[in-house]
Design a protein around this ligand. Structure first.
Ligand SMILES: Nc1ncnc2c1ncn2[C@@H]1O[C@H](COP(=O)(O)OP(=O)(O)OP(=O)(O)O)[C@@H](O)[C@H]1O
Ligand SMILES: C[C@@](O)(CCO)CC(=O)[O-]
Length: 406
């Protein structure tokens, strides 16, 4: 029996959430927390089925594969997203009694599964036989740490590898071209969950490390500094699609004010391209942005302790600035402000990450921070009802393991 396991990290956005949707620059890093999908091929039967286990969204389903295979395009194509989604909805209503009554989260997870299966496997002209697919994750769903992109990356990754296994009989590590394919399909799955995502989440979850991203441009991938962060889950669930719509509405109403806020955000998050073309002498308007990338790169290979301390001092200030800009767009939440106040009592910087409105805040822990301070902060946060994960950002993107069990 062949077993394929594909895993992908979650992500945190350091700078540029929301403004990235309007063409501004953003920086994101992969997280140590990951999702993992295990695909087990089963003995072929006459009426093949797929057994779907997505425990985080309470799904345990057995779906017939023949009606799904009927929507396989059968040749490499650029899918028409709307047309494809309509076909997938029709099939799901047909094969899953009560599909319309499921929760939106469950419906979207099943839609994303069929989208990836039909789009990737279904273009390979191969026979599909019985299998189980099971997803587990360290991430909280709907909390701003890229659970949907990590989920989609795992699904797309595992179907790319299933095609490789069926066509060549072996499974190799993901090549750069395969990663591009996975990220592209994961972006399409993200459209199901988010409407109009920028693409930063699927890119970070696929490629890992530090991603400098601007919509419509090739993302710049850099080694990630080993930043220690406390990921603080406010416990307030929210949906990215709704927060993005609220920001869009505000922008519609106050185009000039919101435009200036987003320009300011652009200034604290920059692409490496901008940095490369800038000379120190003509940094001028881009000073903050220039500073940030230089700061992050300094932390990859610091030369002295002063350099590290000074870099962290600037990062603290930029995190605070970015949070306040996001709050001015209405995407903070009282729970996030309470978390920030507790972090400030301990002298540490804190910002929301992802779409906001709840979800996670990230507290930056510079290396010179006393462990007693960190312990006291964690204790206070936990006793106030928040979940704290002490983690280091960075780490690999999508990865695969393959084994055969007799
Ligand atoms: N482990 C999982 N199993 C099944 N479906 C999942 C899983 N994780 C995420 N999803 C799907 O992704 C959706 C959550 O997307 P949403 O964008 O609201 O949260 P997020 O990705 O955690 O946040 P952000 O985009 O701000 O980082 C869920 O509704 C569900 O459909
Ligand atoms: C809110 C947003 O900017 C970040 C979500 O992680 C949406 C996106 O970029 O797709």
């Amino acid at each position: 029996m062949d077993i394929l396991e594909v895993s992908a990290p979650g992500k945190v956005i350091l700078h540029g959430e929301h403004s990235v949707m309007y063409g501004k620059t953003a920086l994101a890093v992969s997280l140590g927390l990951r999702s993992s999908v295990v695909l087990r091929q089963q003995e072929p039967t006459e009426c093949p089925v797929i057994n779907v286990k997505f425990p985080k969204v309470d799904l345990d389903e057995i779906l017939p594969l023949k009606p799904i295979a009927e929507i396989f395009p059968g040749q490499p194509v650029r899918v028409d997203h709307e047309d494809y989604i309509n076909k997938i909805n029709t099939v799901l209503c047909h094969i899953r009694p009560g599909f319309e009554e499921l929760k939106d989260t469950q419906k979207n997870s099943l839609r994303a599964l069929l989208y990836a299966l039909a789009g990737i496997f279904g273009t390979a002209n191969l026979d599909i036989t019985d299998f189980t697919i099971e997803l587990s994750t360290d991430l909280t769903v709907g909390a701003g740490t890229g659970s949907s992109a990590s989920f989609a990356t795992c699904l797309c990754g595992v179907f790319v590898k299933l095609v490789q296994l069926k066509t060549t009989g072996e499974v190799l590590d993901f090549s750069d071209d395969e990663k591009k394919l996975v990220s592209g399909w994961a972006f399409n799955c993200e459209r199901i969950m988010h409407g109009a995502p920028s693409g930063i989440d699927n890119t970070t979850c696929t490629f890992g490390a530090l991603v400098s991203f601007k919509k419509g441009q090739v993302p710049v991938l850099r080694p990630s500094p080993e930043l220690r962060v406390l990921l603080v889950d406010s416990g307030v669930s929210r949906e990215t699609i709704r927060l993005a719509a609220a920001v869009a509405e505000l922008r519609e109403c106050y185009s000039s004010a919101v435009g200036h806020i987003m320009d300011a955000m652009d200034n604290v998050a920059v692409t490496a391209e901008q940095v490369r073309v800038l000379q120190v002498s003509d940094v001028g308007f881009f000073r903050d942005a220039y500073l940030l990338v230089v700061l992050l790169q300094k932390l990859v290979q610091p030369e002295s302790e002063e350099e590290v301390n000074s870099a962290y001092k600037h990062l603290n200030e930029l995190w605070e600035m970015n949070h306040c800009l996001l709050a001015s767009l209405g995407v903070s939440h009282p729970a996030l402000e309470t978390i920030r106040a507790i972090a400030h009592e301990h002298g540490l910087a804190c910002k929301l990450t992802g779409a906001g409105g709840g979800g996670n805040a990230i507290v930056l822990v510079p290396p010179h921070t006393q462990e007693t301070t960190v312990t006291s902060l964690k204790t206070k946060l936990v006793s106030s009802g928040y979940k704290v994960t002490d983690t280091i950002v960075g780490g690999p993107g999508v990865t695969v393991h393959y084994k055969t069990v007799q």
